[in-house]
Design a protein around this ligand. Structure first.
Ligand code: AMP
Ligand code: GLY
Length: 439
């Protein structure tokens, strides 16, 4: 574990990061670079173990029990990474025990946990978003196709890990999605609540801020690449790559995005559910201006792997301020062009095949300007500490910085070339200038 030997013992700060993916690796790695921070991750994963972090066993799913176990560690600050424990109320339980925490309460996290709740907040707060209508029968959806035409988007109300959204462009797409969601008579969805939304078009931007509920500090802009295949083909995934900053983002766009965040925070306060933590607006730059596709109640993944490193070595200070209600009024982000490419297991996202041996991690770690963030990695059964195998859909992200996006992209792909995972897949067009132009 990394510790500052010049620092008096009493002034070390203890951080606990809850979660185990690439986002949590990015958060905990950045904390571990801050002077005087002791960083514990629960549960993390073995691919994160580069000597800078401590690991705690997984906390129970029950938020009360988890908060008891976390409080027993006497942390100075807790950061809850994924949406599931946020929606389950882990932050509420930690606050009840007076543990300083970065993350929204369960009620505020509904901005992600229920897309229909998010739509209602957007309506009340005057946030531009696509027209929508809750649907319960196939006939209602067909009526909306006649009214709005294609593309028509069908969305599940609840958490779906990026997979509950279907953009339908043709009658064939519509049939496929209807088969998925409806019983044979077409009278009742086979899942929870769903709604249809008018299709929008334009480049997408992930706009992520740190907020105490009133004031906020935006990160530089990012873009993620959600589809599995090159040229944005195939099914949606959790995210196959990311870049920052977004080319072509103007001061006017930024003003619109800030207004979106201000209104959302206002709406949530007015609703009696103020939001503290990372608020993520998924934006689309449409011909009629910036519109919101979704809100998330947490940092994006893989956006975190390109954005968190932009903070520099004061990330622990910022997180402590955020948890304790003293967010600074500004921050000097590095603003270094950065590209992240995700390596996924064969069969991802439908049926990931795990257990493949991963080679080359040490070679990538030795590269300047490249950081490897581990997600679905485990120690091979019966193997040594460095005997690593894939254990999830998304296995890792290589994140590379450069003087330009094109230099960062080149470095990220040369790092990817040093890695080997049998059948492993990654997109080859992340941050490719051609693919940016038509997005
Ligand atoms: P969401 O989880 O709501 O951000 O949706 C996932 C992805 O589906 C987005 O990143 C977009 O690529 C696409 N999408 C969502 N809503 C729309 C929409 N109204 N029009 C076009 N594409 C959409
Ligand atoms: N990268 C998209 C998300 O984190 O939801």
């Amino acid at each position: 574990m990394r510790m500052s030997h010049t620092m008096p013992k009493g002034s070390r700060k203890k951080f606990i990061v809850v979660g185990q993916g690439g986002r949590e690796h990015a958060l905990s790695h950045a904390l571990s670079l801050s002077p005087g921070a002791e960083v514990l991750v629960s549960p993390g994963n073995p691919g994160m173990d580069d000597g800078g972090l401590h690991f705690l066993e997984s906390f129970p799913d029950d938020p009360k029990e988890a908060s008891e176990r976390i409080a027993a560690q006497k942390p100075d600050v807790v950061i809850v990474g994924p949406e599931k424990p946020l929606v389950a109320g882990l932050v509420d339980c930690l606050q009840a025990r007076s543990v300083p925490v970065v993350g929204p309460t369960a009620e505020a996290a509904r901005i992600e946990g229920s897309k229909l709740f998010a739509k209602e907040i957007m309506r009340q707060s005057g946030i531009p978003t696509a027209e929508f209508s809750e649907v319960t029968t196939v006939d209602e959806i067909r009526t909306l196709v006649r009214k709005w035409g294609y593309p028509l988007v069908l969305k599940e109300d609840g958490l779906a890990q990026g997979k509950g959204v279907w953009v339908m462009k043709t009658e064939d797409d519509l049939k496929e999605v209807l088969d998925r969601y409806f019983d044979r008579e077409g009278k009742k969805p086979t899942t929870g609540r769903i709604y249809a939304e008018k299709g929008l078009s334009g480049p997408e931007v992930s706009y992520i801020v740190m907020t105490d509920g009133e004031r906020f500090l935006p990160f530089p802009t990012a873009r993620d690449f959600k589809r599995i295949g090159d040229g944005d083909t195939g099914p949606n995934t959790g995210g196959m790559g990311a870049l920052t900053p977004v080319p072509g983002w103007t001061a006017k766009d930024d003003e619109s995005a800030r207004t979106v965040i201000e209104r959302c925070l206002w709406g949530l306060r007015k609703n009696g559910t103020p939001f503290r933590g990372f608020l993520y607006a998924g934006l689309m730059k449409t011909p009629s201006g910036i519109m919101v596709l979704e809100f998330n109640a947490r940092f994006g993944d893989p956006e975190a792997q390109v954005l968190v490193p932009q903070v520099g070595d004061s990330f622990s200070e910022l997180m402590e301020g955020l948890a304790k209600g003293s967010l600074p009024s500004g921050h000097d982000f590095k603003g270094k062009p950065t590209v992240g490419v995700v390596l996924a297991s064969p069969g991802y996202p439908e049926k990931p095949v795990t257990g493949g041996k991963i080679l080359g991690i040490d070679k990538v770690r030795a590269l300047d300007g490249v950081t490897l963030y581990s997600a679905g990695i485990a120690i091979s059964p019966g193997g040594g500490k460095t005997d690593l195998v894939s254990s999830g859909g998304r296995v890792l992200t290589v994140s590379a910085e450069g003087d330009t996006l094109s230099a960062a992209r080149q470095l990220a792909y040369s790092a990817m070339g040093l890695l080997h995972l049998p059948g492993g897949r990654f997109r080859t067009d992340i941050a490719l200038s051609e693919s940016l132009e038509h997005r």
